[in-house]
Design a protein around this ligand. Structure first.
Ligand code: TRP
Ligand code: ZN
Length: 513
């Protein structure tokens, strides 16, 4: 079971057990997902590529088009584990397309239409290959509608990532899809390089609750023993963050102290956690908005299901905790991901430290904010573990067969702390806020981050990032941090930054009203 306690500084050890299902096949002759439309140059004639161009995950995502919106109308019956429905996917052709792919694993496809006209389709592994009646022209906007049904099967035991995707539970399903499990329940361009908005219309047996991303826009409406929930995520989202977790849930809705919509949901076993999860998720979201900049989405929250996965996922607007009482540290982690990972997303898995290093550093910042332990102390504790395996795994290039290695989390976070020591608190927190702002709802790479840090600090930081992110071996102890000046009481700066030195009288904090 994963412990996220900072006191024991083992917060991510269990993640060493989780590594991704690298489909470790041959790399496509495609460039890295660095260009805006990476797949474009992978094109053979008018056939969309079977992968979006992430060399570590050659068949993930697809080339030739860009999804703008998913509309998922789905019904699930827990007793039979049967899922049935229609996915309508709106997209833009990036080049002329006689054929293109979606990712879908298992499930029976009954029909595919393109802009209302029947389209030919074939299946091969997790690829659903679609040939429209007429070729699509470059730049054409189209909607492909897939009617499908069956029993979703999660991705299981691939490498050391455990089980993810659509996971059936005794009373419903726990749906957590990182890195490529969206295809277990809907046809998708299943790679974070393609973001889209989402509508969900989810029908479940009366008495159950279906939760998805964003906000409830209508209903729930119950007819004939079935209840339909309509959710909308109007901000772009990567596919692995989409969810339709359902079951017997107690709900609390309201707002955070600063007035953002907030929803907590817990399985019956965790009823006594409902108010705590609601309050903590609200408080922490509000706090991060003072540190990282405005919250990027329209609601926040947290969901505790009773399926014992031992892990949590930062599903957009609704982090989900699988089978444990989340402590403050993991709530802080998943909510920090709303800025880092969810709003600012990676273009290829290789850059995963931009998600996990940042969210782990947020755990340290939350502890620092609460005067439990400073980030500097956590950093020093980790530095002194000289034989830790993180020194053999440079976190800047997450490995496809061991994507969620502890180094990506801990050494990624240490990289940020080393940067903070080098450039000072004021510039460091400005870098974080500018990062979140400049790339909100989009994508960014490690090089983008280094460039930004250099620009805002006016320093050459190549060697710092090189030893921390790309080199084997434990970096030298950084110079001791310069003493930071703390904001004086009454300081009118709107965004207090955490300070490196404990100050029991510090009053900065967004939720003191
Ligand atoms: N991103 C998650 C975290 O650090 C960990 C994770 C990776 C995960 N893959 C997953 C969680 C699949 C659930 C399912 O918080
Ligand atoms: Zn994380």
């Amino acid at each position: 079971m994963r412990s996220w306690s900072l006191a024991t500084t083992t917060s991510v050890t269990l993640l060493a057990l989780l590594a991704c299902s690298a489909s470790n096949g041959e790399s496509l002759s495609s460039p890295p997902v660095g260009s805006e439309h990476p797949a474009r140059s992978t094109v053979q004639g008018t056939v969309g590529a079977a992968g979006i161009g992430d060399p570590d995950f050659p068949s993930d995502g697809n080339g030739g088009y860009d999804v703008t919106h998913y509309s998922l109308k789905l019904a699930y019956t827990p007793s039979s584990k049967h899922l049935a429905g229609v996915a309508s996917i709106s997209a833009t052709a990036l080049h002329d397309l006689a054929r293109f792919n979606l990712d879908l694993s298992g499930l029976h496809v009954a029909s595919v239409t393109l802009d209302g006209a029947p389209a030919q389709f074939t299946r091969e592994g997790s690829e659903l290959m679609i040939s429209p009646a007429a070729q699509l022209a470059k730049g054409a906007k189209f909607t492909v509608r897939v009617a499908y049904s069956g029993t979703p099967k999660p991705v299981r035991g691939s490498s050391n990532l455990g089980t993810y995707g659509f996971i059936p539970t005794s009373d419903g399903a726990f749906v957590v899809c990182e890195p490529n499990g969206a295809k277990t329940w809907f046809p998708a361009n299943d790679h974070p390089a393609d973001k889209a908005t989402f509508d969900f219309e989810l029908t479940v047996p009366k008495g159950l609750t279906a939760l998805a991303n964003g906000e409830l826009v209508a209903g729930p409406v119950t007819t004939d023993g079935k209840t339909t929930f309509i959710w909308r995520e109007r901000h772009p989202m990567v596919t692995y963050l989409a969810t339709m977790t359902l079951g017997d849930f107690a709900l609390r809705t309201g707002t955070t102290p600063r007035g953002l919509a907030n929803l907590a949901a817990v399985a019956p076993k965790y009823n006594n956690q409902l108010d705590r999860v609601f309050r903590l998720s609200g408080r922490i979201t509000d706090y991060w908005s003072t540190v990282f900049g405005p919250y990027p989405f329209s609601s926040t929250g947290g969901v505790v299901d009773d399926l014992n996965t031992g892990y949590a996922l930062e599903n957009q607007t609704k982090p989900m905790y699988g089978g444990f009482i989340p402590d403050e540290s993991i709530i802080a982690h998943e909510l920090a991901h709303q800025w880092f990972g969810d709003s600012v997303s990676i273009k290829r898995w290789n850059d995963l430290w931009l998600n996990e290093g940042f969210a782990t550093y947020a755990e340290w910042l939350w502890a620092e904010h609460n005067r439990t332990i400073t980030a500097e102390q956590v950093f020093r504790g980790r530095m002194s573990m000289t034989s830790s395996p993180i020194w053999n795994y440079p976190p800047g290039k997450a490995r496809p067969d061991d994507l969620f290695n502890e180094s990506v989390y801990t050494r990624g976070a240490m990289t940020l702390h080393a940067l903070r020591q080098r450039i000072g608190d004021a510039t460091f927190f400005k870098v974080l806020r500018t990062w979140a702002q400049n790339h909100a709802y989009g994508h960014a790479t490690t090089d983008d981050f280094i460039t930004l840090a250099e620009r805002l600090s006016g320093r050459q930081l190549d060697s710092l990032f090189d030893v921390w992110l790309y080199k084997r071996g434990r970096p030298e102890w950084p110079e001791r941090p310069r003493r930071q000046t703390r904001p004086t009481p009454g300081n009118s700066r709107p965004t207090p930054t955490p300070t490196a030195s404990p100050a029991p009288t510090r009053q900065a904090g967004p939720y003191r009203r």
